[in-house]
Design a protein around this ligand. Structure first.
Ligand code: G3P
Ligand code: MG
Length: 328
């Protein structure tokens, strides 16, 4: 007689990463067992982070190595994953891709003609006098003519936290003020600007939360207004990342694909485990449609939020998964 198939899970899980599963590259104490329990229960799982600067496949491999459970590329939604669908509308026009790690490779892989601020700075030795002395091999130079009136930057995409606050701020301001032309001193308006991560604070292995992409955005907005003499044009600024809707729509699709691969029906309940009320709780609440925000106290939050209260507050992801699987 064939072994009876384990019954399908009544719940799916969406896991935030930083402050829930990992602190920098270290798994949190209950993370491995929590993911193993969800996997053993045949629960559809997706990973939804405001982190980025790497490919979804690289992040999936990292999670698999650190947490010990299988993770497929399409279970991972990064801060910039929603940018992928925008690449065709920019075609071959150059875009400034702000972000540390492998941002240019990620952006190019999406189909963008991506140029980094460091690459622009390498082509213009006096462009960033405040930047720290560069170490290591210089970045590749942009193609000739990029960022001129003949071939202006069509947009700025912030894929991840800046590689260098000073260089990235200076070059992004040059692109915005010059309307995409690095040598223009003013323009009628600025190119479209895309942010991928509204987090002001996030949790890594440091004892207290660290500044996130929203800190870069606040600096960019304030400096642009002072230099250009007017605020950024709100109609030309787009924000994705938690708590906006786009990543939750992608997470719902990722869960449905995982349920299909598991051969189980898609559960009605989606337990969304996060550590930042302003991103993870607010986002799950706004997404509705079965998302249930559960806050864990291993990251940004030290207690439930009065502004964005969770459905449940747990000490850690292990408790959150046990609560979800027990029909909490
Ligand atoms: O840069 C990453 C940080 O903003 C938060 O990441 O995984 O907690 O959404 P995460
Ligand atoms: Mg987090």
């Amino acid at each position: 007689m064939a072994p009876r198939r384990a019954s399908a899970s009544a719940v799916a899980f969406v896991f935030d990463i930083d402050g829930v599963l990992l602190h920098s590259k270290s798994p949190l104490p209950t993370a491995r067992a929590a993911l193993a329990a969800a996997t053993a229960a045949h629960a559809p799982v997706a990973f939804l982070t405001n982190g980025g600067g790497v490919t979804e496949s690289a992040k999936a491999r990292e999670l698999e190595e650190l947490l010990g459970s299988p993770v497929a590329e399409n279970q991972v939604i990064l801060a910039h994953t929603p940018f992928r669908s925008l690449a065709p509308s920019f075609a071959a026009r150059p875009v400034l891709a702000v972000g540390r790690r492998e941002t240019v490779a990620v952006a190019s892989g999406y189909g963008f003609n991506a140029v980094s601020p460091a690459s622009v700075a390498a082509a213009h030795p006096h462009a960033t006098p405040l930047a720290p002395a560069r170490s290591g091999a210089p970045p590749p130079l942009p193609p000739p003519g990029v960022g001129t009136s003949a071939n202006p930057f069509a947009a700025i995409f912030c894929f991840a936290d800046p590689a260098c606050m000073s260089t990235d701020l200076q070059i992004a301001i040059d692109v915005l003020v010059g309307g995409g032309d690095l040598h223009a001193r003013r323009s009628r308006t600025h190119p479209p600007l895309f942010f991928s991560n509204p987090d002001l604070l996030w949790a890594n292995a440091h004892p207290t939360p660290r500044l996130g992409q929203a800190a870069f955005r606040a600096a960019l907005e304030a400096v642009y207004e002072r230099v250009a003499g007017r605020p950024l044009d709100a109609d030309r600024v787009t924000t994705v990342g938690k708590p906006t809707r786009a990543p939750y729509d992608l997470a719902r699709s990722a869960l449905a694909s995982h349920a299909s691969r598991l051969g189980v029906p898609m559960p009605a309940r989606i337990v969304a485990v996060g550590d930042n009320p302003y991103a993870d709780v607010a986002g799950a609440r706004a997404a509705g449609g079965g998302f249930e925000p559960v806050l864990v106290l291993t990251g940004v939050a030290e207690r439930d939020s009065t502004v964005h209260p969770a459905d449940r507050v747990c000490a850690d992801v292990g408790e959150a998964v046990a609560w979800g699987l027990a029909g909490g």
